[in-house]
Design a protein. Sequence first.
Length: 254
Amino acid sequence: MVGLVAVASIALAPVADASAPDFCAGLGADWDGQYCHTSVLSERKAVRDIKVAIPGDLIDNPVTGPTIRDYLTQLVNNWRSVGVHMVADSFGEENFQILRRGDVLSAVFHEDYHADGPQPNNAFRTFTWDMARGVRLGLADVLKPGVDFGAIATLGQPFIEDALNQAPPQHEPGSYPFVVDRWGPDKVYSGGYKAWALSGDELILYMPDYPVGHDTPINYTPGVMQWSMDGGTVQAHIPLAALSSVLRPQFGGT
């Protein structure tokens, strides 16, 4: 299986090809050579600047294209809709990273945007395909039949804990909310493992996928701080070897 592993490649400034300008035009935006770019003037005369990076080779691919075109179209339209009501100038920016493991391709989209508060938010949307079979994969498709996401939490716990200890802001290892039992697949901070990718010999979890306002259930003890969590605050890199007992053979399972 080692011979199938491909090194991950990053594409933050995609090369312009014929499809990118055409796709941007369909969004009512302009291709500037790196990003699909547009802006929105709000009711309060505030400007929202919107730019999205386009994986030109993937939007034309019959396997990946429909999903990515739909995602980027919805993203731009959502940012436009929010921008109409913004009080202050704001922005929405998307970049992407392409990761591979043999015939498996993961596209990781990083959204950086203003919502209602003064600080920008981050979010991660991921899509994974088996390019040889021409099908999109869910995380459950990587696991053996009957195995749930709890097995990832159990077998990957040392690596998840390491990611929690390294997550910002700087904190005492093992202190709340960066404790492993608050980041299981059934907990809000994990995002339910919705944002994930395969890269070389590891599974990457981006937690949470979108910003979370607070832990659930809320601890109402007086003086206890309520923690919000930005998207992708914790990024756990779990070796596939550690998960081999629960993975399907084509994904490193035994």
